[in-house]
Each structure stands twice: as structure tokens, then as C-alpha cells.
Design a binder for this molecule. Structure first.
Ligand SMILES: Nc1ncnc2c1ncn2[C@@H]1O[C@H](COP(=O)(O)OP(=O)(O)OP(=O)(O)O)[C@@H](O)[C@H]1O
Ligand SMILES: [Mg+2]
Length: 156
């Protein structure tokens, strides 16, 4: 019985995402998911982390020109960072609102653009930080702590 994943090694995974690179954006989440399953993290925590990575990476692919997703795992938790170059966000409070989206018709046709990504990320995170500069780019940082989480297969 542990209160944190004491034996988790430090792992850093990085993914470069290009404009409209939906495939790579999707791959980020599944690659990290596999790594976390190997570590033995509980499925519900993995699910939260996968949602954060998927939505954050898709936002880079859809709304930016290029960017990078970095996932850092240490014994205390996981930090997901996306840093992109692109249009940036003019009004962060507005962007955070459920249902707000600037996605084009073409993007909506592909099933994106519900305006739920950022609010989902925030909901799944223990710590959430978003910073943006118009016509420069956007940085997002989300953390999920392992505190009180137990590894899969362990009793309470
Ligand atoms: N990395 C980014 N660069 C520029 N604008 C962004 C970025 N991420 C989000 N935005 C802006 O914030 C809005 C809301 O983002 P959010 O992820 O909540 O919704 P969405 O991407 O439009 O739709 P969904 O995520 O539901 O498919 C976007 O429509 C876009 O205007
Ligand atoms: Mg989105």
C-alpha cells in the first residue's frame, strides 16, 4: 500500500505537432497511456491524463501552426505541457467557456470544435495554467498528482 508511486522512474516524453497533424496529436495520448499502464497506474487516473493530452495536443494541431507536447512523469505526478507557435488566444476567459470555439466549418465537419477541450482539461487536472500571446503562441500546463492514488491491483 503506497500513497504515491514511490518507484516510478522519471520519464519525459516529447512530441512535435505540425499544423492539422491530427494523427500525431492522437498518437501522443495513446503512447503515454501505454507507458502509464506499464508503470501500473490506476485506470481512472490514466483516463484523466489521456483526456488532457488528447485535448491539449488536438488544440495545437487545430488552432496553432506548430508546437510541442511534453509529458513529464515523476514520483509525485505527471505534468503535461504544450507550447505552440500560432495565432494565440485573445481572451482566455472566453476560450475557457464551455461551447466557445473558433473552429472552422471544415474542422467541425471532422467532429471537433464543440468548444469543450479546455474546460475538459481543467476538469481533469489538479493544477491548470494557460498563457497566451496573440500572434505569438500559447503555453498550457496541466498537472495530475499521484497523491492518494494507488497502483492497479493494490488493495485499499
Ligand atoms: N493552442 C491554441 N492556440 C490558439 N487558440 C487556441 C488554442 N487552444 C484553444 N484555443 C482557442 O480556444 C477555443 C476553445 O478551445 P477548446 O479546446 O475548448 O475548444 P475547441 O478546440 O474549439 O473544440 P473542441 O476542443 O471541443 O474540439 C478554441 O476554439 C480556440 O479559439
Ligand atoms: Mg479543443
Amino acid at each position: 500500500m503506497v500513497d504515491s508511486l514511490t518507484y516510478t522512474p522519471q520519464i519525459t516524453l516529447e512530441f512535435e505537432i505540425g499544423e492539422k497533424d491530427f494523427f500525431v496529436a492522437g498518437e501522443c495520448a495513446s503512447r503515454v497511456k501505454k507507458t502509464l499502464q506499464q508503470i501500473g497506474l490506476k485506470q481512472d487516473v490514466i483516463k484523466r491524463i489521456a483526456i488532457i493530452i488528447y485535448e491539449a495536443a488536438m488544440n495545437v494541431a487545430i488552432h496553432a501552426t506548430s508546437g510541442k507536447v511534453t509529458v513529464h512523469v515523476d514520483p509525485d505526478g505527471i505534468t503535461i505541457t504544450t507550447q505552440d507557435i500560432g495565432a494565440g488566444i485573445e481572451d482566455i476567459d472566453l476560450a475557457m467557456k464551455e461551447g466557445y470555439s473558433t473552429a472552422t466549418y471544415e474542422i467541425r465537419e471532422m467532429g471537433f470544435g464543440a468548444g469543450m477541450g479546455l474546460s475538459n482539461i481543467k476538469q481533469c487536472s489538479d493544477n491548470f495554467y494557460l498563457e497566451s500571446k496573440v500572434r505569438v503562441g500559447t503555453k498550457l500546463e496541466a498537472k495530475v498528482f499521484f497523491k492518494d492514488q494507488k497502483k492497479a491491483g493494490e488493495d485499499t
